[in-house]
Write a protein that binds this ligand. Structure first.
Ligand code: SF4
Length: 443
């Protein structure tokens, strides 16, 4: 989501007449687009702000600001009502909520009164999603379909940082996708904190936008899939909440041609007690059945997940429930995290972070061993087969991209094939990637 937001920030700054530099040391204006899902990400921003202080000694006109999930209130040092970050990070000149992106030109002009910058048309836009992103990649694009979350998982800061769930109008999303495809985009990933409940949130119900629309997310997928006639090859979406993954969506995954056979479905824990404490609204067996349905509908589908180890009160027995679930399901990939308290969440206020750090680390390593085995097994399946790869980068004669099943594939090529679809014969499946040979270059 932040990646996509940065592309919108880029548009506003470019229209003000500013140009991008490659190194922070060369910049006159620095904006940190922050993530606050983990404490570490926040700490990194504070560390970078120390560097801003040092750079300002050489470049006194340098201004720096923060946006993204860490910000609650758009403000500068002069504002009457300030975000806490303004005082906490003294080298910081301004902060803005990403929804207030249209106000950014005004903030910059206020801080640089002597510099004549263009008045960008985006300053008059009310909804920041209406700002056209400067896409960083012609062949692949991320398109947000909504923002915020109503689920309040007890460990998560998103419902507080991104606020209530609100979906973008379907026509806006389809129009953005249509423009992308007309300009040569091959793969679109639809983004949201919980895409499955697109058009169904309380805020959505208060508008007429989704009135009488049955299964809005499936309808949206159908409309974007129809862009295959104009050249769209691949459609993905993330992230998903298991409780909202409907049978209709599963059947759409089987039916729609451009939808790729891959799904990220965060489970977080395999213990029913832990899932209750996390406020996840499903049980481990219910999740197991969901995976069975998915695998039946889309044979060979690759599935990844998120797991948090060491969440408040996690006993060895509860951890072993997660371990067993992992062995049963054999996810293709898992993003494993050791729990750390996020200030402002329900858990930080009412639950004790009581699992010792060494136990969290030990549990993480035990699960990582299971992951290595299941990831390797998931990759071995492809040995000897041909896969289609959308190439993401080529450096020093080695290209890397993703297969339809979202597997990382590497192969040799003297030519830079970035942004093209290529057929690759898979020679070897390793733990974290497939290695293959380019069959015949397709340009
Ligand atoms: S569904 Fe995802 S974004 Fe929403 S509260 Fe839960 S973990 Fe956070």
């Amino acid at each position: 989501m932040n990646y996509s937001d940065s592309e919108r920030i880029d548009r506003v700054l470019q229209n003000m007449g500013l140009t991008k530099v490659n190194k922070m040391e060369d910049a006159d204006l620095v904006i940190f687009n922050t993530c606050s899902v983990r404490q570490k990400a926040e700490d990194r921003v504070f560390g970078q702000m120390i560097n801003i202080g040092k750079l300002r000694k050489k470049r006194p006109h340098l201004i720096a600001g923060i946006t993204g999930c860490m910000v609650r209130k758009t403000s500068t040092k002069k504002s009457e009502e300030k975000d806490k970050l303004i005082n906490r990070v003294s080298r910081n000149d301004f902060v803005f909520r990403i929804e207030d992106l249209p106000k950014l030109p005004g903030i910059i002009n206020e801080l640089w009164p002597d510099i004549k910058l263009n008045e960008p048309p985006e300053a008059n836009i009310k909804n920041y999603f209406k700002i056209n992103p400067v896409y960083t990649n012609k062949a692949q694009a991320f398109v947000p379909i909504g923002t915020g979350c109503d689920n309040f998982c007890t460990y998560c800061i998103v419902p507080y940082s991104r606020k209530r769930e609100k979906s973008r109008p379907m026509d806006d999303v389809v129009k953005e996708c249509d423009n992308l495809v007309k300009n040569g985009c091959l793969e679109i990933t639809l983004l949201g904190q919980n895409v499955n409940s697109y058009g169904l949130s309380n805020l959505d119900k208060k508008t007429n936008e989704f009135k009488d629309v049955d299964m809005p997310f499936v309808r949206l997928l159908e409309q974007v899939d129809a862009l295959k006639s104009k050249g769209l090859k691949r459609l993905r979406f993330t992230s998903n909440h298991p409780k909202d993954l409907s049978d209709e969506l599963i059947s759409a995954m089987a039916r729609l041609e451009t939808l790729m056979p891959y799904l990220h479905l965060p489970v977080q824990s395999g213990s029913d007690e832990m899932l209750k404490r996390m406020n996840r609204h499903y049980t481990a067996d219910w999740y197991r059945d969901l995976i069975k349905k998915l695998r039946k509908a889309v044979p060979g589908i690759a599935i990844s997940t998120d797991i948090i180890v060491g969440f408040c009160g996690e006993t060895e027995e509860e951890f072993m429930d997660t371990y067993k679930l992992f062995e049963d399901i054999e996810w293709d990939m898992c993003y494993l995290a050791q729990y750390s308290t996020r200030k402002g969440t329900f858990a930080s206020q009412y639950m004790e972070d009581d699992v010792p750090v060494n136990i969290k680390s030990e549990r993480w390593h035990r699960l990582n061993e299971v992951l290595k085995r299941s990831a390797l097994k998931g990759h071995k399946v492809f040995e000897g087969k041909d896969v289609e790869v959308l190439v993401e980068k080529c450096e020093n004669g080695i290209c890397e991209g993703r297969s339809e099943h979202f597997k990382t594939v590497v192969f040799d090529s003297e030519k830079n094939l970035t942004g093209t679809l290529q057929k690759i014969h898979v020679d070897r499946g390793r733990e974290w990637q497939l290695e293959g040979t380019l069959i015949q270059e397709q340009l």
